[in-house]
Design a protein around this ligand. Structure first.
Ligand code: C2E
Ligand code: CA
Ligand code: CA
Length: 599
């Protein structure tokens, strides 16, 4: 039976969902204003399909946002006190004789709602009291300013209930229950308490979705999603402990009631992947469609918000490990998030205090072993913890967006250094800088780059950006546009970690790449691995046929050097020649190669 209660729960849940991901996605913005912007954006998105009337008021009842539906009812203006519109927002609650204004309801909410959440059901609204509405008020406590809080008011018209039911509960593409229904079910289940048993939620996301979409197109992805939905239906059909939901375009969720061990969850995930592969092979399709999974468990990972954060956090970790992986959230997930927030603040301070140092790993030409340039790799000289390697903080900085600040700093320091070495009349070398996709997303990236080059009088041809297949695939259109702009500054692009990503060939042709860096996993000990010899030889041929040069990364022995050179590799980088060096040590090497020091 569809009733107002379900709808009210669904609406409430919709809001909670929005809040759940709030800090993970939007942490990069800071300050009151940014927080309010985020809050408005979040609620606007949450209400878009639902057509609820929505206001956000600050703690003194001033309107800070009203959506279009609200503005249709009254000429609502931001900055005005909500009481000004009481004539337009007038309600008759069930069993009450006297009407109440919006201000009355807010007052009531402030007085009685200790949970920060009030619902007024079956109210009649409008001049003739014809419409049945549910009014919901939530208090949102500012995370930035402890003295500020906001009231989010939603007025949900029950008259178009039936039509809204499907909007609320069914995903139109797959016909499966959607996110609202999923979170509503989780809310109900968690509110029953621990005694009713443990359960798990498994978030599933199609691997490399954006990339697949760019090469296959939307209709093919729609087909994959429909097939996946059918496989999930089949998987869960005869098992009353499982329920499946379609949350977003490429995201599904499995609700697992009463399970005995983590192994059971992993086995379920494996069964799903096997069934999906079997479907494709039955249809003579050699495609390997994989999903990544993140799991969290009630009560270990907390209630609604903790569970969702935990599952998405685990999914994120699974995706970092590659494709087709599953990660079960640790109990301490919330602590991990807290630690990440702290770490980002520390990085910001480290940048200001120049604790982040540039190291230079030399790159040599394979034909005469003359110095070609260096890759810049950063290390954090922490005042108490010693030298911290980039793998321990870059992934976290990428997640939060802090990487854009790191990147800006690295570019400036590198360009400044080239300017200095030019003045010393050292041999002109090329510095390779690792570039994260997040940096490309920044509107001011190209402008900053141009300004920095100009400021130090350095030609763009003296730097090169290293991008990774995985990162640059996420939004191919934007990546292409930005890379072309970078190329116009005379800066070359190098494709890093080649061979470790999903697929590379169409990508290589589509993007303005001049150098291919073969990942060290293929190069290290190449003499001992016949398979790798074939792979590397093919990669080099491919790159040359496309007019690109090749860097072999991770040459550790004389045999590695000899073999890659005989295959035609143009440039060599690795421990055989040198580890990444601090600036002065590299400068010494550069001076030697510039004939300034006779050794
Ligand atoms: P990467 O770009 O693939 O860098 C190459 C990594 O391989 C470096 O690790 C380097 O020290 C290591 N390496 C070099 N030669 C050899 C070798 O012969 N054998 C072995 N086993 N390893 C070798 P590192 O310095 O720890 O950097 C790790 C990653 O951190 C880099 O991987 C890069 O993705 C990231 N990173 C470093 N600096 C920056 C930066 O300034 N910005 C961004 N966005 N990422 C950076
Ligand atoms: Ca690199
Ligand atoms: Ca690399």
């Amino acid at each position: 039976m569809i009733n107002g209660l379900q709808l009210a729960i669904a609406t409430a849940v919709g809001l909670i969902i929005a809040l759940a991901g709030f800090w993970i996605w939007k942490r990069k913005k800071q300050g009151n204003e940014a927080e309010l912007d985020d809050l408005i954006e979040l609620y606007r998105t949450a209400c878009k399909d639902v057509r609820d009337t929505m206001f956000i008021l600050d703690r003194s009842n001033k309107i800070v946002y009203a959506n279009e539906a609200a503005r249709k009812i009254a000429p609502v203006q931001a900055g005005q006190n909500a009481a000004k519109y009481d004539d337009h927002f007038h309600f008759l609650l069930e069993g009450k004789d006297e009407g109440l204004t919006l201000s009355d309801l807010i007052r009531h909410h402030k007085l009685v709602s200790s949970s920060g959440h009030s619902v007024f059901r079956n109210a009649r609204s409008g001049r003739e009291n014809l419409d049945f509405v549910t009014i919901e008020i939530n208090t949102y406590k500012s995370q930035v300013n402890p003295r500020q809080h906001y009231y989010i008011i939603l007025i949900h018209n029950e008259n178009c209930e039936k039509k809204l039911y499907s909007l609320h509960h069914i995903n139109p593409l797959s016909g499966l229950s959607n996110q609202y229904k999923a979170f509503s079910d989780i809310t109900i289940k968690t509110s029953q308490g621990k005694d009713r048993g443990r359960f798990a939620i498994m978030m599933l996301e199609l691997d490399n979705a954006s990339y697949l979409r760019s090469i296959l197109g939307y209709s093919e992805i729609d087909a994959i999603i429909t097939i996946t939905a059918n496989v999930l239906r089949e998987l869960t059909a005869h098992n009353s402990r499982l329920a499946v939901y379609h949350l977003h375009y490429v995201n599904f969720m499995i609700f697992i009631h009463e399970f005995s061990s983590n192994d059971e969850i992993i086995a379920l995930f494996e069964q799903f992947q096997t069934m999906l592969n079997e479907f494709y092979s039955r249809h003579n399709d050699s495609r390997q469609i994989t999903f990544s999974a993140g799991v969290s468990i009630f009560p270990d990972n907390g209630t609604l918000q903790g569970l969702i954060n935990g599952a998405y956090g685990a999914l994120d970790m699974a995706q970092r490990q590659g494709t087709g992986q599953i990660v079960i959230a640790e109990k301490s997930y919330e602590k991990v998030v807290e630690r990440e927030i702290e770490l980002n603040a520390e990085i910001e301070k480290a940048l200001q205090e120049k604790q982040i140092k540039l190291y230079f790993q030399p790159i040599f030409k394979s034909n005469d072993h003359s110095l070609y340039g260096a890759e810049i790799l950063i290390r954090w000289h922490h005042p108490t913890r010693g030298i911290i390697m980039p793998d321990s903080f870059i992934p976290i900085a990428e997640k939060s967006g802090m990487i854009t600040k790191i990147g800006k700093y690295v570019v400036e320091e590198a360009v400044k250094q080239i300017g200095l070495w030019n003045r010393y009349e050292f041999k002109p070398i090329i510095l390779s800088i690792n570039l994260s996709l997040r940096e490309l997303e920044k509107l001011e990236f190209i402008e900053n780059l141009t300004t920095t080059l100009y400021k130090y009088g350095v030609d763009g041809s003296r730097i090169k950006f290293e991008i990774t297949e995985h990162a640059s695939m996420l939004n191919p259109k934007l990546t292409l546009q930005k890379l072309n702009e970078i190329r116009q500054l005379g800066i070359d692009i190098s494709l890093d970690d080649f061979g470790t990503g999903y697929s590379s060939f169409s990508y290589l042709v589509a993007f303005p790449i001049s150098t291919l860096k073969i990942d060290k996993s293929f190069v290290r000990d190449i003499a001992k691995h016949e398979q790798n010899q074939h792979v590397v030889a093919t990669m080099i041929k491919l790159a040359h046929s496309l007019g690109m040069d090749v860097v072999a990364e991770g040459v550790e022995t004389k045999e590695d050097v000899t073999m890659v050179t005989s295959m035609g590799g143009d440039l060599l980088q690795g421990y055989y020649f040198s580890k990444p060096l601090p600036k002065l040590e590299f400068q010494h090497l550069l001076a030697e190669h510039s004939g300034k020091i006779v050794s």
